[in-house]
Design a protein around this ligand. Structure first.
Ligand SMILES: Cc1ncc(COP(=O)(O)O)c(C=O)c1O
Length: 316
């Protein structure tokens, strides 16, 4: 299926991608005044089923991002879940996908502000494979770009304009031969990757920067913290992480909807452990991979099947 004929949800209707356009002066494009989500769908050929991952969690975060930006989503979380399932059914996807809901200031006028401007909402689903290569561990570098501060624009909201920060860091890393960047806070503590949260393992404890380190409060991050504690009895601590602890860590991994759970082989040329995926990372990554493919009955509430009878009968 090509992008032009993909069915999207825009302006309250299901329509073709090439019939859902925005103008050049659109506020969200000119000023980055918008917020968005990224949601994964995993196609399981044997079951002929597409599992959408943590829809409610993503749409709850979108509501929160919208509130921070003085915007209002025109649908409840439950309605958004239903619309997303319908969208996938209408597109008859039989492949892994990525769903991009976005809410943006839609006025075509000059003048930067948030209040008093209409919002527009769209959901665009696209076929999507791996985001970052996972066959080898990632080679990371600490970025020269610092993570945007909450006092500048809150990173806990997934704000369109804030992704310039991520893009600068990611391009710098790739252009210098690395796979991904780690951004530090203004104070020099570890924050996160360009589109992933970061975890380290030290002496059997799983550590991740707490939300005050200007990180996006990731859905995968929360899942990993839950799984580590509940399934594997691994203590989990949210706290400040110093740059030096990255180099001293036994294991390091990144988490994100697009990336999944990916192990880190080196940071700034220091090999992490022996460079291979460590045992705690492996346990969590294996379990998470099963859960998002609908293979763990106890975690079926983390996924929404697209083609199950409930979803089909819900198609308007
Ligand atoms: C800056 C940033 N941090 C972390 C994440 C991971 O969040 P999630 O697990 O919800 O995808 C993302 C991806 O959305 C991101 O863009």
């Amino acid at each position: 299926m090509d992008l032009a004929s993909t069915i999207v949800f825009a302006g309250g209707e299901y329509r073709r991608y090439d019939e859902a356009k925005v103008g050049l002066l659109t506020h969200g494009l000119q000023y980055g005044t918008g917020c968005f989500e990224g949601i994964r769908g995993h196609w399981i050929p044997d079951e002929r089923e597409l599992y959408l991952v943590q829809l409610k969690e993503h749409y709850t975060r979108l509501h929160s991002s919208a509130k921070i930006l003085l915007m209002t989503l025109p649908h409840t979380v439950d309605e958004l879940v239903e619309i997303t399932v319908n969208l996938c059914v209408r597109n008859r996807f039989q492949t892994d996908i990525y769903v991009r809901p976005c809410l943006f200031k839609s006025a075509e006028t000059i003048g930067v502000r948030l209040h008093d401007i209409p919002d527009a909402f769209a959901i665009i689903p696209v076929p999507f494979g791996s985001y970052i290569t996972t066959s080898h561990g990632l080679r990371l570098c600490v970025s020269s770009w610092r993570r945007a501060e909450d006092s500048m624009a809150p990173p806990r909201a997934k704000i369109t304009g804030l992704y310039v920060n991520s893009a600068l860091a990611k391009s710098e890393a790739l252009m210098n031969g690395y796979d991904e960047a780690i951004m530090l806070t203004g104070d020099g503590d570890v924050a996160e990757g360009s589109a992933e949260n970061l975890f380290i393992v030290r002496n059997g404890t799983l550590l991740t920067p707490d939300p005050s380190a200007n990180v996006l409060e990731g859905c995968t991050r929360r899942s990993v913290m839950e799984l580590a504690a509940r399934e594997f009895n691994v203590p989990v601590v949210e706290r400040q992480i110093a740059r030096g602890e990255l180099y001293a860590a036994d294991e390091v991994f990144l988490t994100g909807t697009a990336a999944g759970i990916v192990h880190v082989a080196s940071i700034d040329e220091r090999v992490v452990g022996n460079g291979e995926m460590g045992p705690i990372t492996a346990k969590i990554a294996r379990m998470y991979a099963r859960i998002v493919r609908g293979e763990e009955p106890r975690y079926r509430h983390w996924v929404t099947p697209t083609y199950a009878p409930r979803a089909q009968s819900a198609t308007p």
